[in-house]
Design a protein around this ligand. Sequence first.
Ligand code: HEM
Length: 337
Amino acid sequence: MPTPTDKGSYPEYLRLKELLSLQSGWKEKEENISSDELHFIIVHQSFELWFKLVISELRQARDTLDESYVEETKIPKAVHHMERGIETFRLMAQQWKVMETLTPQGFLSFRDELGTASGFESKQMRTMEAIMGDFWIDGKKIENKINEKSIQEVVTKWLARTPIQGSLPNDSNDGQAVSEFVNEYLDIHLKLGEKAAHALSNNDDDETSNRFKDVNKQASEFLKPNGECDRARAGLLFIESYRELPLLSWPRKLIDTMVELEESMLLWRSSHARMVERMIGRRIGTGGSSGVDYLDRTSRYRVFTDLWGVRTILIKKEELPELKNSEFYSFVGETNE
Ligand code: HEM
């Protein structure tokens, strides 16, 4: 292996000899596989290389945020790594198009030889998922067993430290400040629901009105699970509600980027499912799953459930509780006139 001082060449630096000798699949020699199979292998390998990059970016983003105090200047770094992950997912979502140049018949000609080999067994896929966090579907958790922290985990801790109405977790009156904010918010949310229900129907006891009451109950359960304020969710709600405040501009950007990251992964999953449907219809997968039905189900998974969930309970700016201690959220040196 040449060192940088040897001034090695392009092929040496990229280890092209090794890299380009790995496309023979089960066969001993690459000459023995069809051009369709070569294409199949190269597309898979390219994906695995991109997975490797995404894993590295997600780890960097997580480590940047995994501190008991995250300096404002560190957040852009985490955002930057997530953005590279997002663009890679977008690129990979396009990459299925190359796969689709394989015809269903062309695939069938070597599919039997794959045996039980399936994307199911991609370890990097599972690592990517696990670094994001646990997956939820229909209220049930699919735990990702991996011996490292997830982005979801470290961000929840970070959110729990959000200043709410200028109050910080270690302040002596913090509990009161947070519950005042949450309760005021829920009261306004309830009244807005009543108003909306009334606009749709004059009967306070009908189905529409009950539906709005249920929505308020869900908002209350979201912000106060077991009756106690969840500080991370209250912090998230605060950031989303007062997102124009200068001090919240990077936190807000981080949250937006996380939602975009998960969205890009979901779009990649669903475009894989469409490619698979086009290729094998409703056949059982080589890994033994129900195939397209299984893949469609995975595009209903959500990791950053709170980040998605908070959107349901947002209210318009003019109705928000009055902001307290606004000077706390200005840039240093900015006056609050
Ligand atoms: C002809 C092309 C392809 C077909 C027909 C296909 C089909 C399938 C099917 C049916 C599954 C479900 C599991 C099973 O029962 O096997 C699956 C899972 C998977 N495939 Fe593909 N696939 C193709 C190409 C690719 C490529 C190029 C990649 C890139 C690495 C890939 C990555 C994955 C991954 C990561 C999973 C696991 C998804 C999860 O469990 O969330 N597939 N594929």
